[in-house]
Design a binder for this molecule. Sequence first.
Ligand code: AMP
Ligand code: ZN
Length: 192
Amino acid sequence: MKRHIGNSDGHKSKKGHWALGLLSSMKNKDYLVQSDDRVTMIKDMYPKALHHYLVLPNESISNLKALDKKHLSLLEHMHEFGENYVHKNHPDTNFIFGYHSEASMHHLHLHVISNDMNSSCLKTKKHWNSFNSDFFLHSKGVIENLKRNGKVLLPLSEKCKEYLNTPLKCNQCNFSAKNMPGLKTHLLSHVK
Ligand code: AMP
Ligand code: ZN
C-alpha cells in the first residue's frame, strides 16, 4: 500500500491538496492530542523521532510570514502548550521546539520533537537537517525575532538550501557521519 500520498516529504512542485493535510488531522481523533480555545496539538503523521507533535493555532494562519506583533502571545501560548504537554507526559525526554524556515505544509505549525530522532520515517539528509541545522528555527528565537522586528525575518531560500545540505553531524555528541545509514546506526548508541 502506498502510504505517502499527500504527505509533505519530497515534494518540490506547487503546493497541492496534500499540503492542507494538517487541517484534516486537526479534526481527526486519531491524531488529535489536546486542544484549547486557541491551539490544537496533533501527532505528526510521519514522526521523525520517537515523539513528534505539531501545535497549530485554531485561527487560520498560513505560515511564519503571516505573523506580526499581535501574534506574539499566540506564539508564546503555542510553545507553553507543547511544553506543558511533554513535561507531563514525557518528563524524562528531551524535546526541541521550533519551526522549519520553509514549511511544506499549509497552516502555521510548531514542531515539538524528541531529540532521539529515532524513527523509520527519518530517511534523508534533508529530513535530518530540517531539525538539526539553522533551517530549524527554535521557537524562543522566533518569538524574540518577532518582538524585535515586528515580523519574523527568515533566511533567504539560497541559505535554506545550504542549511539542508549541511554535513551530517550527531545532535547528541560530536560524531560526524558519512551518510544517513551511518548516522542512524550511531543514533541508536544514544538510546538509553
Ligand atoms: P513542515 O516541513 O514544517 O511543513 O513539516 C510538516 C510536518 O507535517 C512534517 O513533519 C510531516 O511529517 C507532517 N505531516 C504531513 N502530512 C501530515 C498530516 N496529514 N497530518 C499530520 N502531520 C502531517
Ligand atoms: Zn552521537
